[in-house]
Design a protein around this ligand. Structure first.
Ligand code: SF4
Length: 264
């Protein structure tokens, strides 16, 4: 079986416990205004022209983002870092894009990792059928699960997809006592509004078994990517929240009983 990925990051330290290898799956059913990986969204490989400037001259190079890879071939790459996983308590993290968009491929590669004692994480929007979520829990140790906006209309406006299934799947993981770390992207004027924060706090307080949240600061380092990939950038003038505001937010989540990390 083959899947489509667009990058592999070795020695990652913010994508789950220990030292990790992060596999970036191509394709995402969402279209968040603040996406840091706009090149991840289309399901198939995409061609673009990379322009480098040097001494006033432009150098153009054709590049393809995304490539097919077989389960066995990918496993060989993942297991090449196994010694680092074992020494650090790390493993592999499936990210993207949205790995659940290639659920069969994800299941097969994660199963192979588990059969070889490699710890598995998924960095996910949770946008999938309940059947898919339940099946994938067989082979995933930790879910890094995005929680962005609770209001369905606002979620549709800013991500292009409804939140209802995402909330249903999160409740399902909670009821089944799966290991979940919530991830809240702090997007100025969009996710950090008083209304959304109040709705998020009230919702996550109702979860019985989840008590860890990473709050992820917005940064605009991806502006160049939007130009390169000729994608519309709706956040080009947004500014990151100052550190002191992130610390206030951290204290707010701590006050409702959560363990909070800034940046994951
Ligand atoms: S869910 Fe993640 S990868 Fe998908 S569009 Fe949103 S930010 Fe980008």
């Amino acid at each position: 079986m083959e899947g489509i990925i667009f990058d592999i990051k070795h020695f990652a330290v913010h994508d789950g416990p220990g030292i990790r290898q992060t596999i970036f799956f191509k394709g995402c059913p969402l279209n968040c205004w603040w996406c840091h990986n706009p090149e991840s969204q289309a399901a198939n490989p995409e061609k673009f022209v990379k322009i480098n400037k040097l001494d006033g001259k432009e150098f153009r190079k054709k590049i393809t983002v995304g490539y097919k890879i077989a389960v066995n071939e990918l496993f060989k790459i993942i297991s090449g870092d196994q010694v680092f996983f074992e020494e650090s308590g790390g493993g592999v993290t499936f990210s993207g894009g949205e790995p659940l968009m290639q659920a069969d491929f994800l299941y097969e590669i994660a199963k192979l990792c588990k059969q070889n004692n490699i710890h598995t994480c998924i960095d996910t929007t949770g946008y999938a059928s309940e059947k898919t979520i339940k099946k994938i829990t067989e082979v995933i140790d930790v879910f890094l699960y995005d929680i962005k906006l609770i209001d369905n209309e606002l979620h549709k406006k800013y991500t292009g997809a409804p939140v209802t299934g995402i909330i249903r799947n999160l409740k399902c993981l909670d009821q089944n006592k799966k290991n979940v770390v919530l991830r809240f992207p702090v997007i100025p004027g969009i996710t950090n509004t008083e209304k959304n924060l109040s709705e998020i706090k009230s919702f996550i307080k109702s979860l019985k078994n989840i008590n860890q949240i990473d709050i992820l600061p917005y940064h605009n380092i991806s502006n160049g990517k939007y130009e390169r990939f000729k994608k519309e950038n709706k956040m080009s003038s947004a500014q990151a929240l100052p550190d002191k505001d992130m610390n206030i937010l951290k204290a707010e989540f701590e006050s409702i009983g959560f363990n909070v990390s800034i940046g994951g």
